[in-house]
Write a protein that binds this ligand. Structure first.
Ligand SMILES: *Cc1c(COP(=O)(O)O)cnc(C)c1O
Length: 495
């Protein structure tokens, strides 16, 4: 299967090539030329498999230049019990209608691990398959969770170096500590003044700057990405929707072939787009609920067809969703409207900050997607009520999703089973969670972890508790302006 750009181009590349380069040369994102189709028999076969077997099986249909055995080895290593204690993607039945897909059992306690534990292995395979001698220099802009998950996934990987940028005031203190204490000789971290979009725009600018690429080449490196614009990030995410569906069939929550609605707390539109791809590849998914916090640009988009980023940016207790440019939306536009129109929309977005869908296109997108958003107060209330009613502890991102799932069920009367995605451990955002539960918030971050554990009788994830003993390696207070990002990249590449 070959991959092409979401914008007009005759270029066709292998999956390995797409994963290696990240972004197509005309600025578009890579997409498979056709999508594989899973029929009922292949779904039934998946039901009998372990998580790593399911992931390898699903991926083998998209990454056709990787052998089944390569994928199986990679998935077995990435999703081992040691890395994901409690299972890679377990489903928890909250009540009769809603199940929760827990994607935060990995090393950094957020769902980004699902992709970023596997992606370095896919990249390493890609470098071999394409005969690449140079070192991949990975640039990441993060709203908090991607950065740490990428650093952890790629640390000390061969033929790879990495530079992570994050907005100094846009991430939680634990997230900051996770990145500031990162180990590994091939990785560096830098805080940036501004919000996530400033950091992401800075990274995109470097990626598209020919002179920067030439200068990097003189150090024996080439730019690559680990953001969810990279197909290697997206593909592993498709697998857990198949897996969750199978788990629900196995436990009797679903009959094989019956539709399952899915609700995803959304930022860059990567996670929910993976669910949409699963649907287009034959997984019986009903409606997709796109859940946002008060940065509700996607809610407005799905209601009106107008994507308009000319609006205030809000800092919320779900910072990984504080995003006004949802890059993966481009892939949805491409699938629904084709590459010509997609390129025109992206050009309008670049020059005016907005674009507007025509009515038929909006209708087509609304056949699959509904958009809801959740205020800060509703987020806190959902954390509290979920704990009081179900003794189930959730983080603010998960609460945004759960609130929107419940609203959708109430407002639509759609009674099909609902899967809502839990994207982070509550311990990653313990001050917000403690406040929502009506508890006192200790001044010290680690006292917050202890307090949450005492209050709820749940264990602190080991990877967070151990941060306390680690030395600061990258000082968060030394933030740079976004326009200084290229200098920092070259200083790192040329050191
Ligand atoms: C990244 C992230 C999201 C948003 O996911 P997208 O793929 O960007 O839509 C939601 N919740 C958490 C905890 C995240 O880290």
């Amino acid at each position: 299967m070959l991959y092409r750009s979401t914008r007009p181009s005759a270029e066709r590349v292998s999956a390995a090539e797409a994963i290696k380069t990240g972004l197509a040369s005309n600025g578009g994102l890579y997409m498979p030329e056709q999508l594989p189709v899973f029929d009922t028999d292949s779904l039934r076969a998946l039901c009998g498999m372990s998580y790593e077997e399911r992931a390898a099986e699903v991926l083998s249909r998209y990454l056709t230049d990787y052998t089944r055995q390569e994928l199986l080895d990679d998935c077995a290593a990435a999703y081992s019990d040691a890395r994901f204690p409690g299972g890679a993607a377990p489903v928890y039945a909250l009540d009769d209608s809603i199940s929760v897909l827990e994607l935060w059992h990995g090393p950094t306690c957020a769902f980004k691990d699902m992709a970023l534990q596997l992606m370095p292995r896919l990249l390493s395979g890609a470098l071999k398959k394409t005969g690449e001698q140079r070192t991949a220099f990975i640039l990441v802009a993060t709203s908090g969770d991607t950065g740490k998950a990428a650093l952890e996934g790629y640390r000390d990987a061969e033929q790879v170096r990495m530079m992570v940028f994050y907005p100094v005031d846009g991430v939680s203190r634990i997230q900051k500590l996770q990145m500031a204490t990162q180990e590994g000789g091939n990785v560096a971290v830098q805080s940036v003044v501004g919000n996530f979009d400033d950091a992401q725009t800075g990274v995109k600018k470097i990626f598209s700057d020919r002179a920067a690429a030439e200068r990097l080449a003189r150090s024996g490196c080439f730019f690559s990405s680990a953001n969810s614009i990279n197909w290697g990030r997206l593909a592993p995410q498709i697998a857990y929707y198949f897996s969750a569906y199978c788990d629900m069939v196995n436990t009797g929550c679903l009959r094989l072939g019956d539709p399952l609605n899915v609700c995803v707390p959304t930022g860059n539109f990567g996670n929910i787009f993976a669910a949409y791809l699963a649907k287009r590849s034959g997984l019986p998914i009903g409606r997709l609920i796109c859940a946002s916090n008060v940065n509700n640009i996607l809610t407005d988009f799905l209601r009106t067809g107008v994507y308009d980023r000319n609006r205030p940016f809000h800092t919320t207790m779900s910072p990984s969703m504080d995003i006004l440019i949802s890059s993966n939306l481009e892939r949805l536009l491409y699938l629904c409207a084709g590459s010509e129109k997609t390129a025109a929309f992206m050009e309008q977005l670049r020059t005016t900050g907005r674009y507007s869908l025509d009515e038929p296109l909006l209708e087509e997108i609304r056949r699959d997607f509904s958009g809801y958003f959740c205020s800060e107060e509703q987020t806190a209330r959902t954390i509290r009520e979920t704990y009081e009613q179900h003794h189930y502890l959730i983080d603010p991102h998960t609460a945004v999703g759960l609130h929107c799932a419940q609203r959708y069920i109430t407002e639509s009367g759609d009674t099909r089973p609902m899967l809502t995605v839990s994207t982070a451990s509550a311990y990653k955002f313990s001050p917000s969670v403690l406040r929502a539960l009506g508890a006192d918030i200790p001044a010290d971050e680690f006292d917050c972890l202890d307090a949450l554990s005492r209050l709820t009788g749940t264990p602190i994830p080991a990877s967070l508790a151990s941060l306390k003993q680690k030395a600061i390696r990258f000082d968060p207070e030394k933030a740079i302006k976004a326009d200084a990002m290229p200098d920092v990249v070259f200083a790192e590449a040329e050191r």
